[in-house]
Ligand binder design. Structure first.
Ligand code: ZN
Length: 217
């Protein structure tokens, strides 16, 4: 029997300012099987997050922040298909990242075999190489791959930011309880796409600051 429980309050932050040089945007599993009609494991709300994710991508690309895509990847006999219907079969249409969010050639695509994008992959290697401090995690599914990736990042002491309108789950309880866990347990920052500010230091302001410093000797 279904029972109603209340999700405890968590803060949804207004403006979140991030240094693009130390930030990576991680777009989780926005693949046809999870997002598009005809996919094998569709999250009905996922398609509606494409514009928000596109806007985050634009912000990251324009500011020079790193961009990472994760791609759930399975082959025949994968035990995950005992838990879920067959999905993300390597090489299939369902496995491909949706058209509207295609990775650019210079962007990292992490093929992952489990919910956690760090598990058995090179993700941490690249984040350390880039001197990354903060991960902005979006995509689907909020309480599964987004959650376990955010959790794994937080355990490694990366700061985690989740714009809640850029993630989706099968059920509102799953979404809310996952965000509450991220805020409460990992000290993560829950926010909205619009509130994420990735701003390169203004070169003019930098130059005048340097000139001022030189003048003052
Ligand atoms: Zn999977």
């Amino acid at each position: 029997m279904a029972r109603t429980v209340e999700v405890p309050q968590y803060e949804v932050h207004g403006e979140v300012r991030l240094d693009p040089a130390r930030t990576a945007l991680v777009v989780v599993d926005m693949q046809n099987d999870f997002v598009r009609e005809g996919g094998s494991l569709v999250v009905p709300d996922a398609e509606g997050t494409i514009p928000a994710i596109r806007s985050l991508l634009e912000g990251a690309r324009n500011s020079g922040a790193k961009v990472v895509f994760t791609q759930d990847t399975h082959t025949g006999g994968d035990p995950e298909w005992d838990i879920w219907p067959e999905h993300a079969r390597e090489g299939s249409w369902g496995w491909e990242i949706v058209d509207g969010l295609a990775p650019r050639e210079d962007e990292l695509v992490i093929r992952k075999v489990r919910y956690d994008a760090f598990y058995g992959t090179h993700l941490d290697h690249f984040l350390r190489l880039w001197n990354t401090k903060t991960l902005v995690v979006c995509g689907t599914v909020a309480n599964i791959c987004v959650h376990y990736t955010a959790a794994s990042a937080a355990l490694r002491w990366y700061e985690v930011v989740i714009p809640k309108d850029a993630t989706s789950a099968l059920d509102p309880f799953d979404l809310e309880s996952s965000l509450r866990q991220t805020a409460f347990l990992f000290n993560g920052t829950i926010t909205t796409t619009e509130a994420v500010r990735l701003e390169k230091e203004n070169p003019e302001a930098y130059r005048s600051k340097m000139e001022e410093a030189a003048r003052d000797g």
